[in-house]
Design a protein around this ligand. Structure first.
Ligand SMILES: [Zn+2]
Length: 113
């Protein structure tokens, strides 16, 4: 047998992005896997400093809370733009646009459990 083949890429790279009819985003990766992420999942996972602080400050939501109007509004992803060769900037219908989602991070979302 010969020695090592071409070394694998160091990080997952998205090979396609698709918006599904229900507004979810389907991401396919160069490792052959794919996943479907809802706008809410992406929004809740927003890695920007503002959202991280907010999540750290807020106690976990109680059951049966009254939803605020913006929570009732269907949230949609209004745009996804590549940032360099390592991340996407995602824009949401609530006008939140500061989240930079590293490929590694996106790749890990919705996969555990
Ligand atoms: Zn954010």
């Amino acid at each position: 047998m010969s020695s090592a083949p071409d070394s694998p890429p160091p990080a997952p790279i998205p090979t396609s992005l698709r918006r599904l009819e229900d507004g979810s985003i389907e991401i396919s990766w160069n490792d052959g896997s794919s996943q479907v992420l809802s706008p809410r999942t992406l929004r809740n996972a927003c890695p920007c400093a503002t959202c991280r602080e907010k999540r750290a400050a807020e106690p976990p939501p109680a059951l049966l809370t009254v939803l605020s109007p913006e929570e009732v509004q269907p949230l949609t992803v209004t745009g996804m733009k590549p940032v360099g060769h390592y991340a996407y900037s995602i824009e949401f219908s609530d006008r939140h646009t500061t989240g930079i989602y590293l490929f590694d991070y996106l790749h890990s979302l919705g996969r555990d459990s």
